[in-house]
Design a protein around this ligand. Structure first.
Ligand SMILES: *Cc1c(COP(=O)(O)O)cnc(C)c1O
Length: 307
């Protein structure tokens, strides 16, 4: 069984926060496990347990070439002595990028399929042909969000986190947000920062909550204005913020998810969104392996974790 390190929360000290009368802390899930970092730890743990309970020796999942989910699945499967297959969107490049070469070095078998075929990732017929070709596997959907993932993400918040008035998380597929929402206390509000462009995410989250019958004692709000151009897009302002944040707090952010959230929170504090004496907890969902690939892809330097 994957066993976590204790989760650290770091309080942020800054004159801006004092001025505004706001307490801000960062729950560092990126440090939870040296291999399976961030929210992916919580999303995978019950899925791998289930795979074993079902008598499967193999898991299969889908992802892009820089995917944190692919990376984490390769790590977690290895830790649990399961075989892993990654179906990767797009063409195979001559040399694998840092994410994929790491996944492969852990034993994950990689298969590349073109973008059109990739769209069939949830189609039962397509999955059946994969099953015929690759053998019996336990399916983890792209991004890893399913019922068991949400069971896991309901364990992110601890009893100590009841002291906070606001909990903040970035959103990709919404599995993390949905689990956090279901574990709020009465007085808490969950703020989500979508890393993708578009308003569809409101519906997506509402559907997840309904489909999995998730009750919440708290409330939520989703912000769709901090995507910086869309998924895996960036703007110089976000890169500058990532460096500024690192220099001030020695916390590394990734430009796909956590930097967009932290930027959004800082902006909302500045605009007076939070009442005085709010206590805000940001969730660091990890994803730092992607910083190396980001630099490979764009040539833009980013902070990288020291360990
Ligand atoms: C995968 C990921 C997310 C998105 O999580 P969802 O449950 O898909 O919303 C957020 N942050 C990081 C760093 C991630 O790797």
């Amino acid at each position: 069984m994957l066993s976590p390190n204790p989760i650290l929360t770091q309080f942020l000290k800054h004159s801006f926060l004092e001025e505004k009368g706001i307490e801000l802390a960062f729950k560092l899930l990126d440090l939870i496990d040296s291999e399976v970092s961030g929210n992916k730890f919580f999303k995978l743990k019950y899925n791998l347990e289930q795979a074993k309970a079902d008598g499967k020796n193999k898991v299969l999942t889908f992802g892009g070439a820089y995917s944190n989910h692919i990376y984490a699945t390769a790590e977690a499967a290895k830790a649990e002595n399961l075989e892993a297959i990654g179906i990767i969107r797009g063409e195979r490049n001559e040399s694998l990028n840092a994410t994929l070469s790491h996944a492969q070095s852990l034993g994950m078998q990689l298969y590349f399929i073109d973008r059109n075929k990739y769209r069939n990732k949830t189609d039962p017929e397509f999955l059946a042909t994969l099953q015929e070709k690759l053998g019996d596997f336990y399916l983890i959907p792209e991004g890893g969000t399913n019922k068991l993932a949400i069971k896991g993400t309901q364990e992110i918040l601890d009893p100590e986190d009841k002291q906070y008035t606001h909990i903040c998380s970035s959103i990709g597929t919404g599995g993390t947000f949905a689990g956090l929402h279901a574990s709020l206390s009465e007085h808490q509000k969950l703020l989500g920062f979508s890393s993708l462009k578009g308003e569809f995410i409101h519906r997506e989250i509402a559907d997840l909550i309904q489909k999995h019958q998730l009750e919440s004692r708290g409330s939520y709000e989703i912000f769709t204005t901090y995507h910086f151009g869309g998924y895996a897009k960036h703007k110089q302002e976000l890169i500058d913020f990532t460096w500024w944040f690192y220099e001030n707090f020695e916390i590394v952010l990734d430009p796909i998810y956590t930097a967009k959230m932290a930027f959004g929170i800082w902006d909302l504090i500045n605009k007076g969104y939070f009442p005085k004496n709010s206590k805000i907890l940001m969730i660091h969902t990890g994803g730092l392996q992607g910083n190396i690939g980001f630099t490979e892809r764009t040539g833009i330097e980013l902070p990288i974790p020291s360990k």
